[in-house]
Design a protein around this ligand. Sequence first.
Ligand code: 0O2
Length: 229
Amino acid sequence: MTESTALETIAQAGGEVTAPFSPDQVRALRHEIQRFLLQYEFGLREIETKLSILRDEFLELQDYNPIEHISSRVKSPESLLDKVARKGIGRDLDTIRTHITDIAGIRVTCSFVSDVYRLFDLLTRQDDVTVRTVKDYIADPKPNGYQSLHAVVDIPVFLSSGAVTVPVEVQFRTVAMDFWASLEHKIHYKYRAAVPAGLTDELREAAATAAELDARMARLHRELHGTSG
Ligand code: 0O2
């Protein structure tokens, strides 16, 4: 049995795999997949720690919290397989490791757009963080209106067997962008590929309204604090 069949079978069976594999085979492969995903979990923890240190330092020194909230997840085997199928890549763990860079994902929701870029800078300029890719959907929103700043960063994780480098996708966005994205995700999930045109137009307008709100709140914030940040 290969890693790919194990990942697939375990995902399809919701983790309850028995026949046609022997219990030992299933145990060994489950262990291998858990080890694979655990590295991503550790990568998440490294980045989460960095972000919480930045937040605590901001609070201490400036009495200001640039982060509204942080959420993170390691992709489930089911969702990983969906992405493998969408990308049309091989299902072995080495291929998945090479081609799927959002197995570990963190979402950082900030108060203002300026905080989004400030946190991105502060995180990515750290010596042990290497930027792989950046997609700035704030400067260049997706056609549907989606806005966020995405960065895939490599972070070393130190295991008993040595260091491994793990990619983590960090999505930075404002509260308004997050509100929009979570509603859009629900609508997309409900209608799958067939979102009614009227709804698509409304979502695009709502994204523009969210961007206006961000700009307005930033203006008010500047007036309140008398800064340009
Ligand atoms: P989930 O469940 O959030 O993980 P790539 O990952 O580079 O191969 P992709 O998918 O085009 O290709 O990457 P991109 O553009 O960086 O987007 C990845 C993630 O951003 C998505 O993850 C979503 O979380 C979010 N995202 C991107 N576009 C949209 C959008 O139009 N609407 C919403 N609501 N979210 C978006 P996943 O894997 O799709 O899902």
